[in-house]
Design a protein around this ligand. Structure first.
Ligand SMILES: Cc1ncc(COP(=O)(O)O)c(C=O)c1O
Ligand SMILES: N[C@@H](CCCC[NH3+])C(=O)O
Length: 418
């Protein structure tokens, strides 16, 4: 079911017209469908129902809104967090500490300590030194931190270079060749309870072959560790499944992914952990924006909208495609560039795009903005921080306020000597 759909000539989210949200909350605004989050969370969970022992940790970086976390957690998910701030959010959403996985290549001592004190379920170690620090912090407190070692399997995931994480030149994980010796040293440290290994090779992956290749390398490592006498109770397979952004995109479905996982991991005798982000959140949200005006251009007209690269950074950062659709289509098409008001040439959402014809004052949406949208927003050009709305059936709530430029200004101080 499409949770964003046209009814009576206008775009709705579930049973709420987007025109109403625009009128009542203002634009730009992110609009999420709770039903879409639930449906994707269930689809991913159900796809793995044939795997004997699974722990799902939603990668909250994709969309860490507190209300969203509540919806996803209610579907049986823990959380994958990468900072103290994300950990605080996961705990605030009521996710049990034992269901939280702490990833990230640069956890500070303070963050490790907060994780220990909160009793989180697993630390994904990125280097030996981190394990030594964590072991010491835990041992001093009479604790044993449960940890896995993240390895870099040196697999090209075939995604955008800026979101690839599993090639040997990337900053993530330890070289799989060095992992056995390192695992042995870490296992010997008091304060550390080594549970297994983790990988994550990249994001927005369409092809299952690199994932399968990486999983097979991990299994070879698990066999080697077991042969050396280590207990391996967990393997964290990360996230990365891609979603459809435009016509012709053909990502593998959670069901296809689940079937591959079931086939490849048969007999591993571990708890398998997953860290899906985008596949749950991506198509559960849109960025709703109003056209300020249409500026005649030399090649194509510029549709200047009130959302900008500070609200949705993906096109500027990765040349990412987001479909642009009118909320109340006029029944005509146009070829145009879509841009925001920010003073950067890169503040464009689409170039030479064949799209619904729009005029000044019309509403439009940028689709597939539920993942890596609001969470990557900034206040560049002293713009407000974009608000977020969650629709659930025929009701909606503002789940993150618009933070005005004036509020941010009020947090700044000029020292008395100036
Ligand atoms: C360690 C880790 N786990 C999970 C994810 C979530 O990835 P995705 O949103 O592609 O599922 C990421 C981001 O790529 C990540 O770095
Ligand atoms: N921010 C990226 C994804 C990063 C994944 C996190 N490792 C995107 O929007 O596609």
């Amino acid at each position: 079911m499409d949770h964003f759909h046209y009814r009576d000539g206008a775009l709705w989210c579930e049973d709420v017209p987007l025109t109403r949200i625009a009128d009542e909350v203002g634009t730009p605004v992110y609009v999420y469908s709770a039903a879409a989050f639930r449906a994707q969370a269930r689809a991913f969970r159900d796809a793995l129902s044939g795997v004997p022992d699974v722990h799902l940790a939603y990668a909250i970086k994709a969309n860490p809104n507190l209300a969203v976390l509540r919806v996803v957690a209610a579907e049986g998910y823990g959380a994958d967090v990468v900072s103290g701030g994300e950990m605080a959010r996961a705990l605030a959403a009521g996710i049990p500490a034992s269901g939280i996985v702490f990833s990230g290549v640069g956890k500070t001592r303070a963050e490790l300590l907060r994780g220990l004190e909160a009793g989180i379920g697993q630390f994904n170690l990125e280097l030996e030194e981190e394990g030594v620090v964590l072991a010491q912090l835990a041992h001093e407190r009479g604790l044993a931190a449960r940890a896995v070692l993240r390895v870099n399997p040196d697999v090209d995931a075939g995604t955008h270079a800026k979101i690839s994480t599993g090639r040997k030149e990337n900053k993530f994980g330890v070289s799989i060749d060095q992992a056995p010796a390192m695992y042995a040293r870490l296992s010997a440290l008091p304060g550390l309870s080594m549970q297994g290994v983790a990988i994550h090779i990249g994001s927005q992956l369409f092809d299952l072959a690199p994932l399968e290749a990486a999983y097979r390398r991990v299994k070879a490592l698990v066999d080697e560790l077991r042969a050396a006498g280590h207990q391996v109770a967990r393997v964290d397979l990360g996230g990365g499944l891609g979603v459809r952004y435009k016509a012709g995109d053909d990502p593998r479905t959670p069901a296809e992914y689940g079937a591959m996982v079931e086939r490849v991991t048969k007999g591993w005798d571990v708890q398998l952990m997953f860290e899906p982000g985008r596949v749950i959140a991506g198509n559960a949200g849109v960025l709703l924006t109003r056209v300020i005006w249409v500026k005649p251009g030399v090649v194509h007209p510029y549709v200047i909208v009130d959302a900008a690269m500070n609200d949705l950074a993906r096109p500027a950062l990765y040349d990412a495609w987001h479909d642009v659709d009118a909320v109340v289509p006029r029944g005509e098409r146009m070829t145009a560039n879509v841009a925001g008001p920010v003073c950067e040439t890169g503040d464009t959402f689409a170039m030479a795009r064949e799209m619904d014809a729009v005029k000044g004052g019309d509403l439009a949406v940028l689709r597939t903005a539920g993942a890596y949208g609001a969470t990557m927003a900034s206040t560049y050009n002293s713009r407000a921080l974009v608000p977020e709305v969650l629709v659930d059936g025929d009701r909606y709530a503002v789940v993150a306020d618009r933070i005005a430029a004036e509020t941010i200004l009020a947090a700044e101080r000029v020292p008395e000597w100036l």
